[in-house]
Design a protein around this ligand. Structure first.
Ligand code: PPE
Length: 304
């Protein structure tokens, strides 16, 4: 169960958690077009701070732009509303879920003039892939389901309906006893996890999928920056699943998943079978940054 907080921001007003309700004929529930974000707020010595809020709000508006939906608030209003939602709920660290959806009105695929609604909820969300995952890594399965082609689901948008593809992969992986899935793209190259971007380390070089078949992850960008600071060469290029099998380290990145090492793929142990040294260094720097311990990246923190 989601641990409740007191208030949810809905269309410009705060309502009690239990009253944040919508009609069962809400358009987005039937047709899947809703744009959302996942953001984290971390506790720091100077108080709660949202990590890269600006980039997340920008991505939300870009998702709407791709679908030609007009969000009835400005970026600044959503940005302020997110911070206000954290303040009003008196929570020091949380996951933040803004969602833009098509409300009740007409039915049928075409959204016509149905209202565009916006909600922002916050709650406490611990390690996404289990308590042990960040430290010791997870076991993943290459999915038999292919990541939607970019001309079927434009992957720069973060859209609720796209996650049906991710759920097929995740349900399959879990039913086979794995923690998470890796989806391949339509040409057979590695794309990403059901809710994470992926990185591999081989011979000291860090590789990640280019942006053609994946969500443009904020954590992915964070890791690329961190790696450069650590003097690690980063390449954004396609790779195959067998290159993952023989790489030294593999890890997932995401707001929810943070930096999660992958210790096994399709029954093959990756590297040492635990969190590798490069992954560990990146993880440490990442947690320093989000917790306000890195002066260089203070500008990525938005104090509530
Ligand atoms: N790819 C996908 C498909 C994805 O859903 C996410 C985030 C990422 C990559 C990483 O993006 P970023 O968070 O900007 O680094 N997935 C969000 C939702 C997870 C969920 O289960 O809900 C998240 O991590 O918040």
């Amino acid at each position: 169960m989601i641990p409740k907080t007191e208030k949810i921001w809905m269309d410009g007003k705060f309502v009690n958690w239990d009253d944040a309700k919508i009609h069962v004929l809400t358009h987005s529930l039937h047709y899947g077009l809703a744009l959302f974000e996942g953001i984290r707020c971390y506790e720091t010595e100077e108080g709660p701070a949202v990590f890269r809020l600006k980039e997340h709000v920008e991505r939300l508006f870009k998702s709407a732009h791709i679908f030609t939906l007009k969000i009835p608030f400005t970026e600044t209003e959503i940005y302020d509303a997110i911070k206000e939602t954290i303040r009003i709920n008196k929570i020091n660290s949380c996951y933040i879920r803004p969602i833009v959806f098509i409300g009740y009105g007409s039915m049928g695929v075409y959204p016509k003039n149905n209202p565009i609604q916006v909600a922002i909820a916050v709650w406490s969300w611990g390690a996404y892939l289990g308590k042990d995952a960040i430290k010791n890594g997870i076991r993943v399965k290459t999915s038999s389901f292919i990541r939607n082609h970019v001309n079927s689901s434009m992957s720069r948008g973060k859209v609720a309906g796209y996650y049906v593809n991710g759920q097929l992969a995740k349900i399959e992986a879990v039913s086979c006893g794995f923690d998470e899935a890796i989806l391949l793209d339509t040409e057979g190259y590695v794309s990403e996890g059901s809710g994470e971007n992926i990185f591999m380390v081989r011979k000291g070089i860090l590789k990640t999928t280019p942006l053609t078949s994946i969500l443009e992850g904020v954590t992915r960008d964070t890791v690329i920056n961190i790696a450069k600071d650590l003097g690690i060469e980063v390449r954004e290029e396609r790779f195959t699943r067998d290159e993952l099998y023989i790489s030294d380290e593999v890890f997932f990145t995401g707001t929810a998943a943070e930096i999660t090492p992958i210790r096994e793929i399709d029954g093959r142990v990756i590297g040492s079978g635990s969190c590798g040294s490069v992954t560990g260094k990146i993880q440490n720097l990442f947690f320093d940054i989000v917790k306000g311990k890195s002066p260089k990246y203070k500008h990525w923190l938005d104090f509530v």
